[in-house]
Design a binder for this molecule. Sequence first.
Ligand code: GLN
Ligand code: ZN
Length: 775
Amino acid sequence: MVRTHTLGFPRMGAHRELKFALEQYWRGDIDAAALEAEGADLRAQHWAVQQAAGLDFVTVGDFAFYDHVANHIQLLGCEPARFGFTGEEPELARYFSMARGAGADHSGHGAGCGCAKENAAGGRFALEMTKWFDTNYHYLVPEFRADTEFHLASQRLFDEVAQAMLAGHKVKAVLLGPLSFLWLGKEKEAGFDRFSLLEKLLPVYAQILDRLKALGVEWVQVDEPILGLDLPDRWRHAFEAAYWQLARSGVKLMLATYFSPLSDKLRLACQLPVAGLHVDAVRAAEDLTGVLDWLPSHKVLSVGIVDGRNIWRTDVDAALARLRPVADKHRGELWLAPSCSLLHVPYSLQTENALDAELKSWLAFAVEKLSELRVLRTVLRGEEASVQAELSASRAAIASRRSSPRVHREAVAARMGQAAPHADRRASGFAVRQPLQRRRLALPPLPTTTIGSFPQTADIRAARAAFKRGQLDEAQYRRKMQAEIALAVRKQEALGLDVLVHGEAERNDMVEYFGEQLEGFAFTANGWVQSYGSRCVKPPLIYGDVARTKPMTVDWTVYAQSLSPKPMKGMLTGPITMLQWSFVRDDQPRSTTARQIAWAIRDEVVDLERAGIAIIQIDEPAIREGLPLRRSGWQPYLEWATQAFRIAACGVRDETQIHTHMCYSEFNDILPGIAAMDADVITIETSRSDMALLRDFGDFRYPGEIGPGVYDIHSPRVPSVSEMLAQLEKAASVIAPGQLWVNPDCGLKTRGWPETEAALSNMVAAARALRARLA
Ligand code: GLN
Ligand code: ZN
């Protein structure tokens, strides 16, 4: 018997209906009942899609108004006490207080950062948000204390199950598993380990399962994605006892793992007392063989054969070739599924009108992925004849993608093949470069600069939009952007900054701007994916060999340089960030795609140098988030990722200074990798961690120069001169002052001009004060 199901489905709706409803509700334009109605409507539509695709169950419990982990916080009755809920507040109001904070807006800050806004919020600032494993989806982090209690506190899941049943669907409910739920949370007091809460948590899970069973649910999918992580022993050992406790309910459990190989936990996963196991056969292809050996024959094996993390059409023949031996060997039932929840891919190609027919034929979004499952199941059941048309369309698409000259560009392959072996090395080491650059740039000690972008005013955004719509012609647009550049340059000169930037007015997004000008990238009109809450992103699609056909930033940068005698920093996005924030090819390793982008960026770097630009910054904010989920994958990743950066950066002479920027501060575990990038200057975020993390750079004896962010740009607050001076002094106590730069901790595009000018003016004053003291 072969069945199909999905681990989850996108929530936003075909046209992001949920986003718009949420925003209306937050503005007060619709009431809670109307928002609930929209949610119910979307769920009904999504289940109908699942039913139409012939899935054997619809999945219930994957819907959330903001985030599924936040739903679990309410389901399990562990809302943080700091919100001071009395229990009188409606559930939805409490939910959004946790998600967005109550009182002052504290978004973009760390919980407990102690800033004025946090105090204004009276402790009712939003829960911290963090990345869901290695995706670009962000969940709300549960907060745990020693006295955290759990109880079944929300009816929402059961109501949704009832809604689906009433509509006549066969339901499989989904829950985030107890161990993953605890793991993903954080301790909010010292001297206590959230693991100790497991005992209190399990009875509530048991109650939930009992309730689901009583409602007539046969299968419950329990997600334990942490089985793909490196876990401390006590966590790993806890699975068995925990699942024995859950098994008592008698409802059938489908234990779902995804994103990363089970490897050392494969036998454990196979032997847990559950009725079925889901494995990610895309990300963890090797698990499939081991699972076939270890999974008892009475259990259901769910194979995640369709890629839930990417947008490519499944190669049906390749999938069948993998599934047939599984179907032969596994005596129990076989289920087919996407590798993980479809939350991470856009809704459907049906509403996509920006892509040409050929490119579109290579893709499958969530709705199309469900049809692929139907085709695979039909063939495995021996009814191939009834899906002949789908099979031939699929084969034709796969063949065209495989041989298309849009994908395989000989020039790109040839160039990479002929690359000099030392293309990823500067001519000389940093010790030689540093004095040459100093002589050329003649900067004061503790040079001041910014990270690249200046405020993106409504006016700038309107001009870009008008240009896109054709309401501004090329020449008008250029004049407008040049005026913005001139404004930014004037302001920087008045502020007394030492190294200037053009301000990035012409850029909507740091990846899209470059992707739009490179061969091999495409952009969808409607390929939205939830990032967090109502926020969606539309990642570019890298479908072919990447090449640069013309300079992308040189004109703007040269224009900016013409306005000032001070050095103008060229501003580029690095290869790993472009890779990380896009849907990438699955027909070649990520490392190859990264290298292709690197060569394209290198051409731009060399052109900037040739045009007289002495400093070029290559931003890599995403290099850390590309780290594989398991430690064993870190080293190989860091090797190719840093090599890609060096390929981009190393086409220049010793006298040209390469900067890079990263928006985070946890470096201690990857410092050798960061050093291997061989940038002359690195700017990082440290202001929110009080410079503490800078110590790692000191201890490591980081060879290059460092610009630790001296103030937090995520808030409009203007720090005083003495505050920034104190930060700088702390920095100077761990990093040699001769190695230090002075800058904010990220780009200023989300800020307004008044606070930006005030903060930068104080920053320059702080740098001057420390200079005077050191002199
Ligand atoms: N240069 C970019 C900017 O200033 C960097 C943004 C980022 O690191 N995310 O906006
Ligand atoms: Zn940044």
